[in-house]
Design a protein around this ligand. Structure first.
Ligand code: ZN
Length: 229
C-alpha cells in the first residue's frame, strides 16, 4: 500500500481510475541526475508501496532512450536510464504489457486483502510483480474463504478519489493502517472496489475486477501467494 502525497499532482496515473490507463505522454525534460531523467510530469509509477517501478522508453527526435525503472530520490521522481542525453522533451511511452499485468496483480492483492480481513487477518506486507505476488499476515496460518477464489467472477468497478486527512472515516478504512502515513500528508488517495474494499493507496489499479482474468492462489502458511495464469 502506498499513500498519496499531495506533491504528486504531476503523477498522472493518480488522476482518477483512468489515470492508470494512459500509455503515452508528451513530457518536458527538466534534467538528468541520480542516474535518470526528471520530467515535468509522468505516467510512470515509481517503485514503492509493494509495487515495482515502471519501464518504458523516452522518444526524442531520432533517439529512443530506454527507462529501466523509476525511483523516488528525495523530492524527485527519477526515470532511470543508463543513456544520458541532452534532450529537452519527448514522448514517454510505457511498457504497457508489463504494467497491465502489475495492475491486475495489484488489484487482485487489494481484493484478497479485503477478503482475508473479513476473517480477521491483516495484510502486514504486500508485494506484487508482473505475474506473481504475495501477502504476509500477522497470523501463523491463513484460511481463505471461497470468496478469495472468485474475485474475477464478480465484476466490481473501482474508483479513486482524494479526501482530506482530517475528514477520513477511520471505520471505513479499517483495513489500512493510516498511522503509516507521514504526518505531512493532508490529502489521501482512496481506492475503492465497489462492495468489497476501501483503502488508501497510490498504486495503479484496474477499472474493474473482471479484467484480472484467471489467477491462482494458495496459502501454505502466514504467506499467501498468488499469480496470473
Ligand atoms: Zn493499490
Amino acid at each position: 500500500m502506498k499513500h498519496l502525497l499531495s506533491e504528486e499532482g504531476q503523477l498522472l496515473y493518480l488522476h482518477g481510475i483512468d489515470g492508470s490507463y494512459v500509455k503515452e505522454l508528451d513530457v518536458q525534460v527538466l534534467g538528468y541526475q541520480d542516474g535518470g531523467y526528471i520530467l515535468d510530469r509522468t505516467i510512470m509509477h515509481y517503485q514503492g508501496g509493494g509495487q515495482p517501478g515502471d519501464r518504458g522508453v523516452l522518444v526524442s527526435g531520432n533517439k529512443a532512450i530506454p527507462i529501466y525503472n523509476v525511483r523516488k530520490k528525495g523530492k524527485n521522481v527519477v526515470h532511470l536510464s543508463t543513456v544520458k542525453s541532452d534532450i529537452h522533451g519527448g514522448r514517454l511511452i510505457l511498457d504497457w504489457e508489463r504494467r497491465y499485468k502489475i495492475m491486475k496483480m495489484h488489484t487482485l492483492q487489494h481484493a484478497i486483502s479485503a477478503v482475508i480481513f473479513k476473517d480477521g487477518f491483516n495484510s502486514v506486507t504486500t508485494e506484487v510483480f508482473p505475474g506473481y505476488g504475495y501477502i504476509e499476515s500477522d497470523s501463523q496460518r491463513i484460511k481463505i474463504s471461497s470468496d478469495g477464489y472468485t474475485i474475477n467472477r464478480i465484476p466490481r468497478p473501482l474508483k479513486r478519489y482524494s479526501v482530506k486527512r482530517d475528514s477520513i472515516d477511520h471505520k471505513l478504512l479499517a483495513r489500512c493502517n493510516l498511522d503509516k502515513l507521514p504526518k505531512s500528508i493532508d490529502e489521501v488517495s482512496i481506492v475503492e472496489i465497489e462492495g468489497l474494499d476501501v483503502c488508501a493507496c497510490a498504486g495503479t489499479h484496474l477499472r474493474n475486477t473482471s479484467e484480472i482474468g484467471e489467477y491462482w492462489l494458495r496459502a501454505p502458511s502466514k504467506r499467501i501467494e498468488f499469480g496470473l495464469f
